[in-house]
Ligand binder design. Structure first.
Ligand code: NAD
Ligand code: UD1
Length: 351
């Protein structure tokens, strides 16, 4: 019988795309999500997209009894752990929620895994653990820095606790995937990013302006030491990111200990380049205005993805054009996100 991969936070943005990648590669998956930042509709979309029944349990990673029950009922051999709160601004206002959900939640999950003899784990980390980069492109051997907000600190703490765990017991095999800036959506337009409330990240904000939900885009800072004065980031297509998880799971099966991998493209784009690309591709003008720098932003950052290339046999395949086309297809087909049903007729032509 095929083993099952447990995906915590699998109804969320990156988790749902990873579920598709795993199902398409022949994995049995079980999604555990408390839906605090996602919707049940996402699971229906996954089923339509993969033509598979997707096992879903609504529940919390901090519920020890539930976790034990899940590990007893399903033959789970690996966990891909996305469940987390992720808003930087909210983490500043509500640090206890972030430490409780992200750090304590990961502890609860690992304890339940150990109790039930499951030792393979892929964890969603972030380039935020590098803090202010001392070298660009950022390679893993630069070491971690000082994240500038509670959200970032939860990621670094979890990396450290998982590292200690691996050092304590050779049965553990853990991959820390440090994402750069995930954007885009599945090419079907059926699943994508569906932020609750007012988004903070660049692409979701740009999309809100494009569909008329926000009057203009605020560009934070035009006096950075970059070619056009705006910040540069390494945007990566969420489907490429999802495939990175599949590759990591394959490698962890034959490995033990802790492993760190950057998942980025190795190319940086400025905020103005993103706006320009979006306008060129969709023909839609994005009104924007410059505002002062946003606290905690670094001028530029992009990955050296060479280690993932060598060790996972993974490189990002989709370029910025594809990221924007797919993000816009999702957004224009689903202007209310998962709240409204998918309308194929809403598919719009993109150049
Ligand atoms: P998301 O909010 O869309 O997905 C997270 C999912 O976890 C949501 O569906 C939410 O309902 C669920 N969840 C949260 N707490 C839970 C709990 N205690 N129990 C069960 N389910 C819970 O976020 P995402 O963008 O898909 O991010 C996934 C992971 O990747 C997170 O760990 C995030 O910190 C990390 N990450 C995201 C980005 C990004 O730009 N999106 C960048 C770097 C790292
Ligand atoms: C942010 C978080 C990071 C987190 C990541 C994914 C901060 C400081 N960093 O990364 O910890 O891992 O999201 O959740 O919040 N921008 C605008 N206008 C906007 C929104 C963004 O100009 O309306 C700019 C930002 O100033 C930045 C760039 O766009 O220069 C990218 O921003 P964003 O998408 O928020 O990602 P990061 O800041 O890189």
């Amino acid at each position: 019988m095929r083993k099952t991969t447990l995906i915590t936070g699998g109804a969320g943005y990156i988790g749902s795309h990873t579920a598709v990648a795993l199902i398409n590669a022949g994995h049995n998956v079980l999604v555990l999500d408390n839906l605090c930042n996602s919707s049940r509709e996402c699971i229906s979309r996954l089923e339509q997209l993969t033509l598979t029944r997707v096992e879903f349990i609504k529940g919390d990673i901090r519920d020890a009894n539930l976790l034990d029950d899940i590990f007893r009922r399903y033959d789970i051999d690996a966990v891909v752990h996305f469940a987390s709160l992720k808003s930087v601004a909210e983490s500043v206002r509500k640090p206890l929620d972030y430490y409780a959900n992200n750090v304590a939640g990961t502890l609860d999950l690992c304890q339940a895994m150990a109790r039930n003899n499951v030792f393979q784990l892929v964890f969603s980390s972030s380039a935020t653990v590098y803090g202010e980069p001392t070298r660009i492109p950022i390679a893993e051997d630069v070491g971690t820095g000082k994240p500038v907000n509670p959200y970032g600190r939860t990621k670094l703490m979890i990396e450290e606790l998982l590292t200690d765990l691996c050092h304590s017991d050779p049965r553990w095999s853990i991959g820390l995937l440090r994402y750069f800036n995930p954007i885009g959506a599945h090419e079907s337009g059926m699943i994508g990013e569906d932020p609750r409330g007012r988004p903070n990240n660049l692409l979701p904000c740009l999309m809100q302006v494009a569909i008329g939900r926000m009057p203009e885009l605020t560009v934070y800072g035009n006096d950075y030491p970059t070619a056009d004065g705006t910040c540069v980031r390494d945007y990566i297509h969420v489907v490429d990111l999802a495939i990175g998880h599949l590759k990591a799971l394959q490698v962890l099966q034959h490995n033990s200990g802790i492993n760190f991998w950057n998942l980025g493209t190795g190319t940086g784009y400025s905020v103005l380049q993103i706006i320009q690309s979006f306008e060129d591709i969709t023909g839609i003008t994005i009104p924007y205005r410059f505002a002062p720098r946003r606290e905690g932003d670094i001028a530029q950052c992009w990955a050296d993805p060479g280690k993932a290339g060598r060790e996972l046999n993974w490189t990002a395949q989709r370029d910025l054009h594809q990221m924007i086309v797919d993000a816009w297809r999702w957004q224009s087909c689903n202007p209310q996100g998962y709240q409204a049903s998918f309308e194929i007729s809403a598919l719009i032509a993109v150049k």
